[in-house]
Ligand binder design. Structure first.
Ligand code: F6R
Length: 619
């Protein structure tokens, strides 16, 4: 899974108007979503290298260890989600060498750490943790012992590593520099005024700068307070040559403001992000423009289309596949990224893969995209993060413009993903002559109105969602049933409830529910029915009655006008009548609100579901 790393190099003390330890604490706080089982920093102070680290959440650890009291010009920080070695003080990052001069923070997994560690132990290095990461400072020390300068020693170290990594390293002998390297795990440079930054994600330094450089795979370099140097090893026959990268060409300015990355007055990011959906949908719509033309042509000409994603992005993929099958009459299939391996052989040139990932870094989705590309399949990335791994490797890219999503549970990124996929399908249907101008305009009009529609749904149903949550909070299990488009919406509702409120929730095709699941239904068992159209509502009517006959507690998320034949449900969320495209986006909103409030009532923190991290970079 993910960890978060940060690094800062300032030109002079006070350049950032606060002690470096406090800057690192704030930056780590913005990366808390990437992991939160242990925290640490290393700063080069007037008294040498100071390392403070401990198991625990950021707020308590940074207060206990007094992060804010330490100052210096160079420092690194880390927030960890354990992969090698259980969460503990000794396994927390940064890790140091034997001399205590070098400190390293790392996100990813070093696959060959065991053999490297054995070699280093044979040479006399003493390890203080169970982590894969600790081989890095010891290797740097080893190369320095052989006479290399610190940066050369860092590069030599990186060349020995196999696996995935984003690394920030400091060395007292290197002075005011942070060395960095990236392979697979994300790493961004922030160019500030009087200070430069490195981080796993942009919100870490948004308070100080919006100017960024995204470090690419296999790049190595260093930052000082006023410069950035990046180089890449290019293979020439048996030899490798280092090519330095033109920084000017890579510089970007992001549109995100610091406020966008903070809670903006809401108690939790999840609630803030649910409320941000109108804005996220609006900016995604405005960002689409003409850019979809190539995507539409490629999909329209495809033999078949697979949509891959994990978790919520899989649910968006599922909707995308139904849109394409049903509206565009293109054969499309949703596949869970980590299962793609068993389907890949059916793909070849002429097929298209849509890789859906808000972070653009989910390793299973990235690997699926790579395998598809190797087979000559055209890969289209749908992501929320500019220049992230999957977009960089894809043939074509479409971005959602949801802004940073900090809550671990995906909300605004789901609705924006579904919006984009629905627009693509409508355009494919039009391009292929399956729908006429009038029908496609009816979809697009409703899609363009989604910001307003979603706003109204939130205002109308926030209080009711809280009421439903009061009862839901006392339940141990729930079913989410739907047919057609209502099924992936139900799957998303069930995922939200289980991940943030820890209520066991299972989504099932409504028509299939009597082939097994109904055996669990007893008095008061919660069943949430979703139908995005009158057709679907008509079809679930008999399922509702079957469940009511077993005294289930039934909740319906259905379009206006279906109150009549679904009159017996206990709780009703009457939704606006919309084309299936826009409805598939809008009808998930009550599900998100019910999950959020059930989590709150049960006393949990919905932003940090246990055992989960926002970006999953291990298979
Ligand atoms: C659920 C959730 C996860 C992600 C999944 C994929 O609320 O957030 O299930 O959807 O880890 O992440 P991305 O979309 O970044 O590939």
């Amino acid at each position: 899974m993910a960890c978060g790393i940060v690094a800062v190099v300032a030109s002079r003390k006070g350049a950032l108007r606060k002690p470096l330890g406090e800057v690192i604490r704030e930056s780590l706080k913005s990366l808390e979503y990437r992991g939160y089982d242990s925290v640490g920093f290393a700063i080069i102070t007037d008294n040498g290298l100071v390392v403070r680290k401990s198991k625990g959440m950021i707020d308590s650890v940074t207060a206990k260890l007094g992060f804010s009291e330490f100052d210096g010009l160079v420092g690194i920080g880390h927030t960890r989600w354990a992969t090698h070695g259980p969460p503990s003080d000794r396994n927390s990052h940064p890790h140091t060498d034997c001399t205590g001069k070098i400190a390293v923070a790392h996100n990813g997994i070093i696959e060959n750490w065991n053999e490297l560690k054995e070699m280093l132990v044979r040479k006399g290095h003493v390890f203080k943790s169970d982590t894969d990461t600790e081989v890095i400072p010891h290797l740097m020390e080893e190369f320095k012992n052989k006479g290399m300068e610190p940066y050369e020693a860092f590069k030599a170290t990186i060349s020995l590593l196999k696996g995935a990594y984003a690394i920030a390293a400091i060395d007292i002998d290197a002075g005011n520099k942070v060395f960095f390297a990236r392979k697979t795990s994300p790493l961004i440079v922030g160019i500030g005024d009087g200070a430069n930054f490195l981080a796993s994600d942009i919100p870490a330094f948004l308070r100080y700068t919006r100017k960024i450089i995204v470090v690419s795979d296999d790049e190595v370099g260093y930052v000082t307070s006023s410069s950035v140097f990046i180089e890449k090893l290019i293979k020439k026959g048996d030899k490798g040559i280092w090519i330095s990268i033109d920084i000017g060409k890579r510089l970007r300015t992001v549109e995100w403001t610091p406020e966008m990355a903070m809670k903006g007055g809401y108690p939790h990011f999840m609630l803030k992000e649910i409320h941000e959906q109108p804005q996220a949908l609006a900016s995604t719509i405005s960002g689409l423009g003409e850019k979809l033309d190539d995507v539409v042509k490629v999909i329209s000409a495809a033999n078949k289309v697979v949509l891959v994603g994990a978790g919520t992005s899989y649910h968006a993929s599922y909707l995308g596949a139904i849109f394409l099958n049903n509206l565009g009459e293109v054969f499309a299939q949703p596949i869970i990224s980590s299962e793609m391996k068993w389907h890949i052989k059916s793909l070849s040139e002429g097929d298209v893969m849509i890789a859906v990932s808000q972070s653009g870094e989910t390793i299973d989705t990235l690997l699926a995209a790579r395998e598809a590309k190797d087979r000559g399949v055209k890969v289209i990335a749908l992501s929320n993060v500019i220049d992230s791994a999957i977009p960089r490797e894809a043939d074509l890219v479409v971005y959602t413009r949801a802004g940073p999503e900090i809550g671990v549970a995906a909300t605004k990124t789901f609705t924006t993903q579904v919006l984009v996929l629905s627009v693509i399908a409508v355009k494919v249907a039009k391009y292929r002559g399956i729908v006429n101008e009038g029908a496609s305009e009816a979809h697009l009009r409703a899609i363009r109105s989604l910001p307003e529609t979603v706003n109204k749904i939130i205002s109308k149903y926030e209080a009711k969602s809280k009421d439903v949550a009061k009862l839901m909070a006392s339940k141990r299990s729930a079913f989410f049933l739907g047919r057609g488009y209502g099924l992936p919406v139900s799957m998303e509702g069930a995922l939200k409830l289980k991940e943030v409120a820890y209520v066991h929730a299972e989504a099932y095709p409504a028509g299939e529910s009597k082939h097994g699941p109904i055996a669990l239904v007893e008095d008061g068992f919660p069943i949430v029915f979703t139908a995005v159209s009158h057709e679907e509502a008509e079809l679930i009517k008999s399922n509702v009655e079957e469940m009511r006959a077993r005294y289930a507690w039934t909740i319906a998320v259905t379009p206006k006008g279906d109150e009549g034949h679904l009159k017996n449900v206990e709780e009703r969320f009457t939704m606006p009548e919309l084309p299936v495209t826009a409805a598939s986006v809008a009808y998930v909103v009550p599900h998100q609100l019910i999950a959020y409030y059930t989590s709150i009532i049960r006393g949990y923190d919905p932003d940090k579901p246990r055992n989960l991290a926002k970006t999953v970079t291990v298979v």
